[in-house]
Design a protein around this ligand. Sequence first.
Ligand SMILES: Nc1ncnc2c1ncn2[C@@H]1O[C@H](COP(=O)(O)OP(=O)(O)OP(=O)(O)O)[C@@H](O)[C@H]1O
Ligand SMILES: [Mg+2]
Length: 256
Amino acid sequence: MASQAPVVQTKDLTIRFGGNVAVNAVNLTVESFTLKAIIGPNGAGKTTLFNLLSGQYKPTSGSIMFKGREVTDLGAADRTRLGVGRSFQLTNIFPSLSVLENVRLALQSKARVGMVFWRNYRSYSELEDRAYELLRQVLMEKRWAVEAKTLTHGEQRKLEIAILLALDPELLLLDEPTAGMSLEEVPAILELIQQIKAARNRTIMLVEHKFDMIMTVSDSIAVLKEGRLICDDSPEAVACNSEVLEAYLGGGVKNG
Ligand SMILES: Nc1ncnc2c1ncn2[C@@H]1O[C@H](COP(=O)(O)OP(=O)(O)OP(=O)(O)O)[C@@H](O)[C@H]1O
Ligand SMILES: [Mg+2]
């Protein structure tokens, strides 16, 4: 098989906010169809790294390649079009619409961008069927008819993932998908992530504080500390790296 360009490759990626270097000379490579976890203490730069990858922030210096193509100067919309998918907490949920309508709208917006609508959906009901299928995937199908604003926090996170999947990105950036969920809801999200991974047609970057979850699903784990990438290795190697343990355990990690 011909070797593919990595899905993500950053070179000396750096962003400063005043005197604070939130992401500092990060060289990170993420291979196709793998799951890369990003861990590190609070304030380490994980979310900022995602904002850089999705085009929300422009780096101070350094570069970002997506599938071998330089995207450093592209905006967020262009990156979405290329297949970078970022879930934003609540901002792409329409509160007064039903759960199903929220997913259907995401499917339609993807269709408009990619012109796949007419190819893939012959009718409105087919679109609804697909939306329902996505809701089933995130274990939300029983809640299809309720207004999105009535969902619990954990349910809203699941809806966000369904919306993200509807947009069909090649790279999924999941920033603490289980944050705010009750403990009973977490295994379903873990299973969903494993399902997505098993399909081997998407690349996932996952920020999570739940260390056991990270150890279970990751192909590799990158560790950020004060904006710097201090380690990027297999879960086994990361788990016994003393610098990582010190940074992670000593850095005031949120309970989870
Ligand atoms: N828009 C911004 N303006 C100023 N400083 C920012 C901005 N965005 C992030 N930062 C700073 O960058 C640093 C990294 O923040 P970031 O949110 O990326 O951390 P994190 O690793 O996601 O932490 P957490 O685990 O708490 O989510 C912090 O010092 C933060 O205050
Ligand atoms: Mg964060």
